[in-house]
Design a protein around this ligand. Structure first.
Ligand code: SF4
Ligand code: SF4
Length: 315
């Protein structure tokens, strides 16, 4: 058996025809697992490292086939007729490898969030998309956090790079350097998230310190030969202060780079929180107005940073 057939990883989505995550038309590959818990995360089903059951109550008939099928007694039913609710013991589900509940559900109320794919299976899927990319396209690995599965990510990037497929990654940066560095030689673009320059506020927003994030950003900027574009998910009232914008611009310029893509945080992931059994943490949040975005963009520009808003990028 070829070594690449033995290498595999956990993927929770593949999307073709993306035009916002690197040059040209691209295939986005979403990898499972993330060390951060950003309060605005729009892909909560990507946080855990393994697949998990996603439950859509509106499709549920409460026939309880899933309860009978689950080998771990992880599902309980509450309430009376007309007012029933299923509850999942997510700790047990996170250790489950059978997903028998999903197989037993006939209505589609349960789905498996994520799948294991071998490198060869994923590569075949990528090659299938190649005909749609045009001259400039390729793949962008995102998630979750691609470097949370370092061997698989490295092997995938290497295989694509050697086949002249343009490679990009979007990373949160909070990963040991030994798990990032080996993949850099197979990458052409990196999108690198900066969420807050103040360490205490970074912890509050993401659950982790920004020290490793900033340290890795400096290392990548110093040694990476491809294009490094920083990204700032902008959340009104949380990281859009003048102080944070000035500190972010100062940091970017100190690395010798000068490109930033601002991503206004949106509500699109809200529904997925319910499916995956998480609590949505931005219930009263309003999208950042366009005028405020322009204001932030102008400030970055004055400070010497090339700042692109959302999908309004030159790539
Ligand atoms: S994912 Fe596994 S443990 Fe969880 S309910 Fe389904 S069968 Fe049970
Ligand atoms: S098997 Fe599906 S439809 Fe039936 S109770 Fe379970 S989730 Fe609901």
């Amino acid at each position: 058996m070829d070594q690449s057939e033995l290498t595999g990883g956990y993927i929770f989505d593949i999307q073709g025809f993306s035009v916002h995550d690197g040059p040209g038309c691209r295939t986005l590959i979403f990898l499972k697992g993330c060390p951060l818990r950003c309060i605005w995360c729009s892909n909560p089903e990507g946080i855990k490292p393994f697949p998990e059951p996603l439950y859509k109550e509106s499709k549920c008939l409460f026939d309880l086939f899933c309860i009978e099928a689950c080998p771990y007694q992880a599902i309980t039913v509450h309430g009376g007729k007309g007012d029933q609710k299923l509850e999942f013991d997510r700790k047990k589900c996170s250790e489950c490898r059978t997903y028998d509940c999903v197989k037993a559900c006939l209505t589609g109320a349960l789905a498996k969030g994520g799948n294991y794919m071998t490198l060869d299976e994923l590569y075949a899927r990528i090659v299938h998309d190649r005909q749609y990319w045009g001259d400039q396209g390729g793949i962008t690995l995102t998630g979750g956090e691609p470097f949370a599965q370092p061997e698989f990510t490295g092997a995938l990037l290497q295989k694509c790079f050697k086949a002249f497929i343009h490679t990009a990654v979007e990373t949160c940066g909070n990963i040991p350097w030994k798990d990032i560095q080996p993949s850099l030689q197979w990458l052409e673009w990196i999108f690198y998230d900066l969420k807050h320059m103040d360490d205490a506020l970074h912890k509050q927003l993401t659950g982790v310190s920004n020290k490793l994030v900033l340290e890795n950003a400096r290392l990548i900027a110093a040694g990476f030969e491809g294009r490094l574009v920083f990204r700032l998910p902008l959340v009104p009232g949380m990281n859009d202060s003048e102080e944070n914008i000035k500190a972010t611009a100062g940091f970017i310029l100190s690395t010798g780079k000068n490109e930033l893509n601002i991503l206004p945080v949106h509500h699109l992931g809200r529904e997925k929180y319910l499916l995956a059994g998480y609590t949505y943490r931005l219930p009263g949040f309003e999208m950042i107005p366009r005028e405020k975005l322009i204001e932030v963009q102008n400030l970055f520009t004055q400070l010497g940073v090339k700042c692109y808003l959302g999908s309004e990028t030159p790539f």
